[in-house]
Design a protein around this ligand. Structure first.
Ligand code: ADP
Ligand code: MG
Length: 600
């Protein structure tokens, strides 16, 4: 019979190391977090051979008292919490008192430190158990941790390490994540004695933006909206890229809770939900966001590497994040002339951008007053659809008045280019609109609004359509009758494998009903949860809008074009179609002058 015995402290530290020390980058994470917790403003990192040979982290933080050096290396020893109360309101990055003990059990570690006005002391451990001894050393205030030969005594772990370059790339990415959050700290990263990164302390808005730009690329910042929302004791701030800057991979997503980078399911769901409506399927949003929340409201002690957190009021947090981003995205529509922000310029930049001074454009004899901002288009779907037809009729001269107001944000239509684009003139210059994309967005937003208010206009089909499906598809459709009713489709089950469609939304009567129903059934089977059905309804509306929108290759009259421009100005999200493509762009007179080298 095998008897129970107590593990040696070395072995139990090595077991604990298994959880947090996966590779060199995880050591760097722990060491840099300690430096940040110690209030360092400058952190120097020297890496050799991807960190497998050496990692040295030097900071100018508070330092460790001579008497505490030994404790720092022992397990369950920390200066960051004293009792359960402290554990429930953590503001430091560390608190478990395990990192240094774990790292020192799988490497040769030297810790040197000095507190203010004291001499420096050093302690070394070789992964061995006997109490390491203290020696004096010269060290300025702060701490240096040197980790040599990671996993030298745990060969099984060493086998999992990848190439030097891969391991260093992980470190580089980690420092990037830290540098994004700790703007006021300077980071210097060297690999094999070569300077690889130098992030200088960023204190002003402009400097912070520069840091984000150097970490995430200038295109990100140029396409990003700067957001800052405060409500119900929560604050969310940072940068979100406009949907037109979406990515094929989820590789530009940084979310911090009280400064700590997290990869949390609730958070990513909230962000995804905010974007789902404006992103093309399979595309990923890009963002750098910081959530600030009372530390008692969030439990960071749920994961050894603390990548996940648990919120006390998770629903509230979810909705706050989602709503804040949605609001910011909804702002992306043409504004009135004074505050006009063309979509290709980040809102953030506006302070630095020269103010446009082109004289107000003199306008326009035949501007139809019914499309004036004070008289927005009627909102009912059928009227919206009829607008384009009605407008074919000439506008009676009685309604044509001289308009002395400021020209609207998207200006007045000049012409149509190749039956695809609308050219318009506004106060600043030239506006180019993709008419199909723009109309699609306008209709989509109206449909959503209608759905929320009076419901979608639908009519019975003259000839009902019978479809044969798999039993599973038919079951699924039957169990989602309510969903179909909500968007104006009436479907009945005829037999095990047959359904009949009796009513369709007006917008879709001419479409391929069979294909639509099959696609919806397949989608429903894939995600059966109710939240996804909400998303699904919107996706459905998107498909409907796309079918109903004025096709490219269609000739529009000037008043029709003006009607569309006015509708865009009053529509949320009208900067993109619901696939995330831009709907319009804009060239100021200065930009045009530049192209033609005028005034040089
Ligand atoms: P934790 O960070 O969870 O407290 P660690 O094992 O990472 O546990 O560190 C143990 C203790 O050593 C910390 O609580 C802190 O007091 C001290 N310490 C570690 N690194 C530093 C540093 N760079 N500067 C100052 N103190 C440090
Ligand atoms: Mg720590």
């Amino acid at each position: 019979m095998i008897r129970i015995q107590k593990l040696s402290s070395l072995l139990s530290n090595q077991i604990a190391a298994g959880e947090v020390v996966e590779r060199p980058a995880s050591v760097i994470k722990e060491l840099v977090e300690n430096s940040l917790d110690a209030g360092a403003t400058k952190i120097d990192l020297e890496i050799e051979r991807g960190g497998m040979r050496l990692m040295r982290v030097r900071d100018n933080g508070s330092g460790i008292h001579q008497d505490d050096l030994g404790l720092a290396l022992s397990r369950h020893a920390t200066s960051k919490i004293k009792n359960l109360d402290d554990l429930e309101k953590i503001l430091t990055l560390g608190f478990r008192g395990e990192a240094l003990a774990s790292v020192s059990s799988v490497s040769r570690l030297t810790l040197s430190s000095a507190v203010a006005n004291e001499k420096g002391w050093q302690i070394s451990s070789q992964g061995a158990e006997d109490a390491p001894s203290l020696t004096p050393t010269s060290h300025p205030q702060g701490t240096t941790v040197e980790v040599n030969d990671l996993f030298f005594n745990t060969p099984a772990r060493r086998k999992f390490l990848r190439t030097e370059k891969t391991e260093f790339d992980h470190i580089d990415e980690l420092i990037k994540r830290m540098a994004l959050s700790f703007f006021e700290v300077e980071f210097i990263l060297k690999h094999n004695e070569r300077l690889v990164r130098h992030y200088r302390a960023a204190k002003t808005d402009k400097e912070r933006e520069l840091r984000v730009s150097s970490l995430c690329g200038p295109a990100f910042v140029e396409n990003a909206l700067k957001i800052e929302m405060n409500a119900v004791g929560l604050k969310l701030w940072g940068w979100i890229a406009q949907p037109t800057f979406s990515r094929a991979q989820a590789d530009l997503q940084y979310f911090y809770v009280n400064g700590r980078m997290v990869k949390d399911k609730l958070v990513s769901h909230a962000v995804r939900q905010a974007f789902h409506d404006v992103l093309y399927g399979g595309r990923h949003p890009a963002y750098v966001l910081f959530l600030e929340v009372d530390p008692t409201q969030v439990d960071v002690n749920v994961h050894p590497t603390k990548h996940e957190v648990r919120f006390r009021e998770s629903r509230l947090i979810h909705d706050f994040i989602c709503r804040s981003i949605q609001d910011a995205l909804a702002e992306v529509r043409p504004h009135t002339c004074e505050s006009h922000q063309p979509i290709k310029e980040p809102v953030l930049m506006s302070a630095e951008e020269p103010v446009t001074t082109v004289a107000s454009v003199q306008r326009e004899k035949y501007y139809p007053t019914q499309f004036n901002k004070q008289h927005p288009l009627p909102l009912k779907v059928q009227e919206q659809l009829a607008v384009y037809e009605k407008l074919h009729a000439p506008i009676p001269t009685a309604t044509i008045e001289r308009n002395n107001e400021k020209p609207p944000a998207l200006g007045f239509a000049l012409a149509q280019l190749k039956y695809i684009y609308i050219l318009a003139e506004n106060a600043e210059g030239l506006v180019l609109v993709d008419m199909h994309a723009a109309h699609e967005r306008v209709i989509y937003e109206k449909l959503k609004q209608n759905l929320a208010t009076q419901g979608i206009i639908a009519q019975p089909l003259l000839v009902p359509i019978t479809l044969s499906l798999s039993e599973r598809e038919a079951n699924c459709i039957e169990s989602h009758m309510m969903l179909f009713e909500r968007v104006g489709m009436t479907i009945e089950r005829l037999s095990v494998e047959n359904i009949v469609v009796r009513q369709m939304p007006d917008l879709l009567r001419d479409g391929n009903v069979e294909q639509l129903i099959r696609d919806i059934a397949a989608d429903l089977i894939e995600h059966e949860k109710s939240a996804r059905i909400e998303e699904h309804i919107e996706k459905l509306l998107g498909t409907m809008a796309c079918h109903a929108a004025v096709r490219a290759q269609r000739k529009l009259t000037i008043p029709e074009m003006n009607a569309l421009l006015r509708a865009m100005e009053t529509t949320d999200h009208s900067g993109q179609c619901n696939h995330g493509r831009p709907t319009y762009t804009h060239f100021s007179m200065q930009e045009l002058d530049k192209i033609f080298l005028r005034g040089r």
